[in-house]
Design a binder for this molecule. Structure first.
Ligand code: DGT
Ligand code: MG
Length: 368
């Protein structure tokens, strides 16, 4: 009972966008376990459960030191009964039975391997699993119909499941900039996603493209893609017009210029960077790398950068905070104030945080 009277060891704000989450933290043994349970829940299409475990892990990432005893977590938000039980078990016994049995399970391993194929989501992987598919190689000589993305995903499976390094991301940045300048001088590219948050490796490379003169960016994506393709730099690409109008979390009435947002999911053929000649001979001389390109009108650029920098949980909480606390609606295009019934303009991320009444969190501290 004396314990209960002590002040809490740590204080952590409720929403991920209200706190700093650096890349490196002190509780990886706990967060990896909780994130595995989150992943497994996602494989079971239980999003609520998956987000709950992700949130619990995220809270532990913000703590200034490693947790030793479960009592230290008293008063922290987002730590449900289940997460606490798992954490307690790991603190006491070094591992959690539930986590270890999940990790070893045939279903988890198969779902992990199958969703690791570019173009394969949880629904498809689950259907294949129920039909007896366990590994990507099972698909090679099966009757399963694969779309073009999945065929490319299977073909480049090994490369696409090898982390992209920052050096590789930068090399791709040089190429994308070349392409963009060739078709529209003065256009600007920005590295977003995990690399903008300071990650040293990632599963893909994300770029945002814009031009300071509003309207110049129109029709840019097909030209960029065509330039890259002509140079033989693309192994796969699919350009989609902005799906914003159909998206479920957009505001009621987006401005009419929204449908200009375009996105290209691609696989780059990246010539090997630093391999010495003997090393090159052992394997092929290029690597398949997933690259996402997004074109944004200049007026929406700040929202687009904020929306594409992540992390996914940080984005989710930004939108949730905007809605629940400020009665506003935020997405990668705009901020709508439901009370004033108007869109709020912003030309920088700092301004958007300020409009939301939030302390500015730099990209390197958005690793929630
Ligand atoms: P990674 O690539 O696994 O190392 O980690 P991230 O954080 O780069 O994750 P990624 O590439 O899946 O996505 C980058 C960010 O872009 C993510 O935090 C949220 C945002 N994002 C991803 N897909 C979409 C989308 O379809 N629409 C919007 N608005 N944002 C997206
Ligand atoms: Mg990424």
């Amino acid at each position: 009972d004396k314990l209960r009277l002590d002040p809490p060891e740590f204080t952590v704000k409720n929403y991920a966008c209200q706190r700093r989450t650096p890349l490196k933290h002190n509780n990886t043994h706990l967060t990896h376990a909780l994130e595995l349970l989150a992943e497994s829940a996602a494989f079971g299409e239980n999003e609520g459960r998956s987000v709950a475990f992700t949130r619990a892990a995220s809270v532990l990432k913000t703590l200034p030191r490693s947790v030793q005893r479960i009592e230290e977590l008293r008063g922290l938000p987002c730590l449900g009964e289940h997460s606490l039980r798992v954490i307690k078990e790991i603190l006491e016994y070094g591992a959690s039975q539930e986590v270890e049995s999940t990790r070893q399970s045939e279903q988890y391993q198969a779902m992990k391997a199958l969703t690791g194929i570019f173009g394969v989501g949880v629904k498809t992987a689950d259907r294949w699993y129920r039909e007896g598919v366990r590994r990507p190689s099972d698909l090679m000589d099966s009757e399963q119909k694969l779309n073009q993305a999945q065929q490319a995903g299977l073909q480049h499976y090994k490369d696409l499941n090898t982390c992209v390094s920052k050096a590789e991301a930068d090399a791709i940045g040089v190429i994308v900039d070349q392409a963009v300048q060739a078709v529209l001088p003065g256009a600007q590219i920005t590295l977003t996603g995990g690399f903008r948050r300071g990650k040293e490796s990632g599963h893909d490379v994300d770029f945002l493209i814009t031009h300071p003169e509003e309207g110049k960016e129109e029709g840019l994506m097909p030209k960029v893609v065509n330039w890259l393709d002509t140079q033989g730099l693309l192994l796969y690409q699919k350009t989609t017009r902005n799906s914003y109008l159909e998206s479920k979390d957009g505001p009621a009435r987006p401005p009419s210029n929204m449908d200009r947002f375009e996105r290209c999911f691609s696989i780059f053929k990246l010539e090997s960077q630093s391999c010495s000649p003997p090393e090159r001979e052992k394997s092929h001389q290029w690597k398949a790398v997933r690259v996402d390109l997004v074109v944004s009108p200049f007026s929406q650029f700040a929202f687009a950068v904020l929306g594409w920098t992540g992390s996914k949980l940080f984005e989710r909480d930004l939108r949730r905070y905007a809605g629940q606390v400020k009665n506003m609606s935020l997405n990668s295009h705009s901020l709508f104030d439901s009370h004033q019934r108007c869109f709020l303009r912003a030309t920088s991320e700092e301004e958007i945080f300020s409009l939301l009444g939030l302390e500015y969190i730099p990209a390197c501290d958005r690793n929630a």
